[in-house]
Design a protein around this ligand. Structure first.
Ligand code: HEC
Length: 146
């Protein structure tokens, strides 16, 4: 009985977060991207020597990117083209395969970087390379806000 109750509670907790992603995918994808932005800032501070190099933090930059790359493609249903102050460009839905491929590339490069980074020099190189994906995708698939 007790076991059944806890299983039910766990099921409810999982269900709720899934519903949030489904009912407000725009908020979910913006939150993931904000997290990428925060990690990019932390990484840039280490590269510039404004913050001490920390291997765990360096890896976290790339594992955060990889996590977002895995979740993002599922957060663009047809009914999320507008609203929620989205900056997602219509091109995403016209070229969903290209958009998903861009996330697959970003994800695999981020994972490889998380595995290979070992010191500040290797971090600088990987951070620069992986970071090209950000602007590259935004250029194509994001509306510029004036
Ligand atoms: C393959 C595509 C893609 C890649 C790669 C990508 N982004 Fe984004 N990003 C988007 C899209 C699409 C949006 C707009 C989401 C929306 O408004 O619905 C966005 C929005 C953002 C935002 C604004 C979030 C907000 O509050 O509205 C930030 C910050 C951001 N991205 C940072 C990054 C950083 C940093 C990287 C690289 C480490 C990155 N992105 C890589 C597609 C991408």
């Amino acid at each position: 009985m007790l076991i059944r109750t806890s299983i039910a509670i766990v099921a409810i907790a999982f269900g709720v977060s899934a519903v949030i992603a489904q009912s407000d995918p725009t908020a979910a994808r913006k939150a993931l991207m904000k997290e990428n932005g925060a990690q990019a800032k932390a990484g840039a501070a280490m590269v510039k020597g404004e913050a001490p190099f920390d291997l765990a933090k360096a890896k976290l930059v790339f594992t955060t990117y990889a996590d977002a790359a895995g979740k993002m493609p599922g957060l663009f249903p047809d009914n999320s083209k507008t609203g929620g102050e989205t900056t997602a460009a219509p091109k995403i839905w016209e070229d969903m395969n290209g958009f998903k491929a861009a996330f697959a590339k970003f994800g695999s490069e981020s994972k490889a970087a998380a595995d290979s980074v070992k010191d500040l020099d290797s971090f600088k190189a990987a951070f620069g390379n992986v970071g090209k994906n950000c602007g590259g995708c935004h250029e194509l698939y994001r509306i510029k806000k004036s």
